[in-house]
Design a protein around this ligand. Structure first.
Ligand SMILES: C[S@@+](CC[C@H](N)C(=O)[O-])C[C@H]1O[C@@H](n2cnc3c(N)ncnc32)[C@H](O)[C@@H]1O
Length: 291
């Protein structure tokens, strides 16, 4: 739908009603599991389109079957079922039906906002694992609370802090020191060591490995592969594939395929790969060991 959105509240009411009826006419037969409406320009400081999106969603949901109103949070969606995603802005209203899995996200455009001013925030990297865990729900359930993560290249501890907040146990390894705010945190064991020389204690078993080590991707992934022998069944890997030094997409593609290939040869199946909003010069790769 293309038109200019009015500022006059009465006229706006009419526009919202018309837009809601159009959505019903065009999409109700496809029976979406939910309806999510966002702004085309998510970074805009103006609240106008945000409140328009909220109003339009509120007006549209009751027109569809009752079921669409049951999804309160984007993460309540079944990743494999179709949803109606809409984006609106100065340019008009753009809509489509797609499953979150096929759309590569739970939100209409954009992603989950992760505050970096939370009381437990230690570093910017924390947002990467918070977003990675949100994204992972497109592909599988998360490790349950109490699961044991082995974290390689953990300092200063932004990601560690996020994992602990979710009631996971963490063994963090880094040659640099951990932020003092994490001292004596329940569920945390810190080993100040070079990852290449780290050997888990006797009988140690992990449910997941998180690796955010800087340096050569091949070396970091080599350590993940070496330490994946300590996995319990179905172990998960969240790996940031660093790309400094690469010049252009062809080199990045080669880097990615080489990493995915060596993981596969070592029994780690690539579950998903993406560039998260909170990633800079890197990608996030997810692997699973299926034995
Ligand atoms: C990008 S920072 C990690 C940030 C961290 N994920 C956080 O949430 O705060 C990379 C870290 O990898 C560590 N690192 C790189 N190679 C390492 C190695 N061979 N052994 C131990 N630590 C290593 C560095 O010391 C550095 O602290």
């Amino acid at each position: 739908m293309e038109h200019t959105w009015p500022c006059n509240p009465e006229k706006m009411e009419g526009f919202i009603e018309k837009a809601a009826q159009t959505l019903l006419k065009k999409f109700s037969e496809q029976k979406p599991q939910g309806i999510f409406i966002g702004r085309l320009d998510a970074s805009s400081p103006r609240r106008y389109y945000k409140s328009l999106a909220t109003n339009l969603r509120g007006r549209t949901i009751p027109l569809f079957t009752q079921a669409v109103g049951h999804l309160k949070d984007v993460e309540d969606q079944d990743p494999k079922k179709d949803s109606l995603f809409c984006l609106l802005g100065r340019e008009g209203l753009f809509c489509g039906i797609q499953s979150p899995l096929a759309a590569n996200g739970f939100y209409p455009g954009g992603t989950k906002f992760i505050s970096q001013k939370a009381a437990h925030t230690i570093s910017r990297a924390g947002a990467k694992i918070a977003e990675a865990l949100h994204y992972l729900k497109l592909h599988r359930t998360l490790p349950k609370a109490g699961s044991h993560w082995l974290e390689l290249g953990a300092c200063p501890g932004g990601m560690t802090s996020e994992l602990l907040e979710r009631n996971y146990q963490v063994t963090a390894v880094d040659r640099a020191p951990l932020d003092v705010r994490l001292k004596n945190r329940k569920g945390l064991h810190f080993s100040k060591a070079d990852v290449t020389r780290f050997n888990p204690p006797v009988k140690a078993k992990y449910d997941a490995i998180l690796c955010d080590m800087n340096g050569e991707a091949e070396i970091s992934l080599g350590q993940v592969i070496r330490l994946s022998q300590y996995f319990r069944k179905g172990g998960l890997v969240v790996f940031t594939l660093k790309t400094p030094g690469t010049t252009g997409y062809q080199e990045m593609n080669t880097l990615f395929h080489t990493a995915a290939g060596s993981a596969k040869n070592s029994g780690l199946k690539l579950l998903a790969s993406t560039h998260l909003t909170y990633n800079r010069h890197e990608f996030t790769l997810f692997f699973e060991r299926n034995y």
